[in-house]
Ligand binder design. Structure first.
Ligand code: G
Ligand code: G
Ligand code: MN
Ligand code: NA
Length: 253
């Protein structure tokens, strides 16, 4: 395809850029972190979503260099923000292929060293589906990231079908609850009850829960009542360029 053909140039030719979406506290009403999201500015096709090219990068063996670029850029930009006195976590999405390639831990270590970002400020986000095949080696790699001091989160939690028994064994500290759970909770008591059980599950397992896709004040209120401490979504903020983050973080109310 056109995208597959052009992807190598995107990575080496400066066509990728990162945007950062804020995560806020429910009770603590301030921005507590950001999630880095990659964009491809294709010279002819315009902005291409990662949904369209991450899979291609995985198929074509380009995912490791792409994720290295993301890690380097995100940690460097974030270290600058932290150096200006802002105490924020950085979430970076990772591909399971990078874990399988056995170089994620080394690449994360290098990015932390180069940027000077404290490990405790970096959260590595892996999707649930990725971890379903129950590969002990992958779990060990994730545990190594935690040993480095990084946070590991399970992204899109609830979208797939991971078993509860399996979840308990995962070396992750944060559940990012898929936005499918959040939509409609303000009007649907069953949906709200379900979200409540995910939050309780997180508490039982000692994991923080971040609600994704929060779009309205009503949803935020329900989530707060159900004990959810962290919110992400358009209500908190849309993804913005690194240069615009200080204004978002400092102007939040
Ligand atoms: O906000 P957005 O439309 O960019 O997100 C689309 C999807 O792409 C999300 O599932 C998100 O997790 C994923 N994604 C965004 N940036 C990255 C990245 O740098 N690496 C990987 N592997 N996935 C990403
Ligand atoms: O990493 P993850 O799969 O969670 O990627 C976040 C995705 O969700 C991105 O595509 C981002 O643009 C999208 N997103 C972020 N906030 C909202 C929101 O409030 N509503 C909706 N519908 N999508 C959102
Ligand atoms: Mn994510
Ligand atoms: Na998600």
């Amino acid at each position: 395809s056109r995208l597959a053909r052009d992807l190598p140039t995107a990575i080496t030719g400066g066509q990728l850029r990162l945007v950062f979406q804020p995560v806020a506290g429910t009770a603590e009403r301030r921005v507590l972190g950001v999630e880095a999201l990659v964009r491809w500015d294709h010279p002819e096709l315009g902005v291409v979503s990662p949904e369209e090219f991450i899979g291609l990068a995985e198929e074509d063996g380009l995912i490791v260099p792409l994720q290295r670029w993301v890690l380097e850029q995100a940690t460097t930009a974030h270290a600058r923000l932290v150096a200006c006195g802002r105490d924020l976590k950085l979430g970076v999405n990772m591909s399971v292929r990078h874990l399988q390639a056995r170089c994620l831990v080394a690449d994360v270590t290098r990015a932390l060293q180069r940027s000077g970002l404290p490990p405790r400020m970096l959260m590595i986000e892996v999707t649930e589906s990725v971890l379903m095949d129950d590969d002990e080696r992958l779990l060990a790699e994730l545990a190594e990231l935690s040993a480095l001091g990084c946070i590991v989160s399970l992204d899109d939690f609830g979208k797939g079908w991971s078993s509860l028994a399996y979840l308990a064994r995962l070396p992750v500290q944060v559940l990012k609850m898929d936005r499918g759970f959040v939509s409609g909770i303000e009007t649907d008591p069953r949906g709200a009850a379900l979200v409540g059980s995910v939050i309780d599950l997180g508490r039982t397992l000692g994991m923080d829960v971040v609600a994704e896709g929060v779009e309205t004040r009503e949803q935020a209120e329900v989530l707060g009542r159900l004990g959810c401490r962290f919110l992400q979504g358009w209500l908190v903020g849309r993804p913005v360029a690194a240069a615009d983050l200080p204004a978002v973080v400092d102007g939040f109310d």
